[in-house]
Design a protein around this ligand. Structure first.
Ligand SMILES: NC(=O)c1ccc[n+]([C@@H]2O[C@H](COP(=O)([O-])OP(=O)(O)OC[C@H]3O[C@@H](n4cnc5c(N)ncnc54)[C@H](OP(=O)(O)O)[C@@H]3O)[C@@H](O)[C@H]2O)c1
Length: 246
């Protein structure tokens, strides 16, 4: 699919990776870029049309799909990370918020925009996932569950929308240098611009998956031996963190 001349909608376009996605789309000649955000006044990227949207509000999602009926490229970027464990968290509030946003919010967007994309010959959906889709880490446990659900969702809608010619792209990344990863220090981080460039290169090439960095590529390659290769260092790191606290 060509970005030049496309009409795109990016969720969470007010900051971080969403802003980089919107900027890259404008740079590649998209005819129109809707920048969706809970606070549309915070969407300040030149050339981007602000639109108010909380992706967990299904009624508003439906309104936006009706209002933006010219969209040919949907970028589901909005997400939350609460750094919450499964067992040690005080309650399931963080897990529910992450699932409500990262999984159900993205699902609502895909459902609302599938007919819009079909009306324009198929178009494309980009779902922003994570290396956390592939394995569990106690530091980001419930977030990982929501991104694993998002990975399954992405594979599923690709199958369901194949008949209408919609390209469905999964983007997995390790740390990206945004507010979300601010707590992670002394780790390599992708730039938002690099993730945005790789994403739209994939859309233009018709590729269904982006593994944005070396760590993400390594983890995906090791999945068939995850209990030998992926989980032992995660366990060791978690055990030493727990021991350090006691
Ligand atoms: N940063 C990383 O290390 C990393 C790595 C892999 C994947 N990702 C994924 O990349 C995407 C973008 O994250 P980021 O790094 O740019 O994080 P960020 O800087 O925290 O930005 C998150 C964006 O999502 C928006 N958002 C959250 N809940 C929303 C809702 N219910 N409705 C509409 N918008 C909502 C936020 O809006 P407000 O400003 O209103 O809060 C903000 O625009 C997320 O899906 C994230 O999971 C990030």
């Amino acid at each position: 699919m060509r970005i030049d001349g496309s009409v795109a909608l990016v969720t969470g376009a007010n900051r971080g990776l969403g802003q980089a996605f919107a900027r890259e789309l404008v740079g590649r000649g998209a005819a129109k870029v809707y920048g969706a955000a809970r606070n549309p006044a915070a969407v300040t990227e030149p050339g981007v049309t602000p639109i108010g949207l909380d992706i967990t509000d299904a009624e508003r999602v439906a309104q936006v799909a009706a209002q933006c009926a010219d969209v040919t490229l949907l970028v589901n970027n909005a997400g939350v990370l609460k750094y919450s464990t499964f067992i040690g968290a005080p309650d399931t509030g963080a897990a529910r918020l992450e699932m409500e946003t990262n999984y159900f919010g993205t699902l609502s967007m895909c459902r609302a925009f599938a007919p819009v994309l079909a009306a324009h010959g198929g178009g494309a959906i980009v779902n922003m996932l994570s290396v956390s889709s592939f394995y569990s880490d106690p530091f980001t446990a419930s977030y990982g569950a929501s991104k694993a659900a998002g990975w399954s969702l992405t594979n599923g809608i690709r199958l369901e929308l194949h008949h209408q010619g919609t390209l469905v792209v999964a983007v997995h990344a390790s740390f990206i240098d945004t507010d979300m990863a601010a707590l992670a220090t002394n780790v390599p981080k992708d730039s938002p611009e690099s993730v945005a460039q790789q994403t739209f290169d994939a859309v233009e090439a018709g590729q269904v998956e982006v593994l944005a960095d070396e760590r993400t590529r390594t983890v995906k390659a090791e999945l068939s031996r995850d209990h030998e290769l992926i989980y032992p260092p995660v366990q060791e790191f978690w055990d030493s963190a727990v021991a350090g606290k006691s």
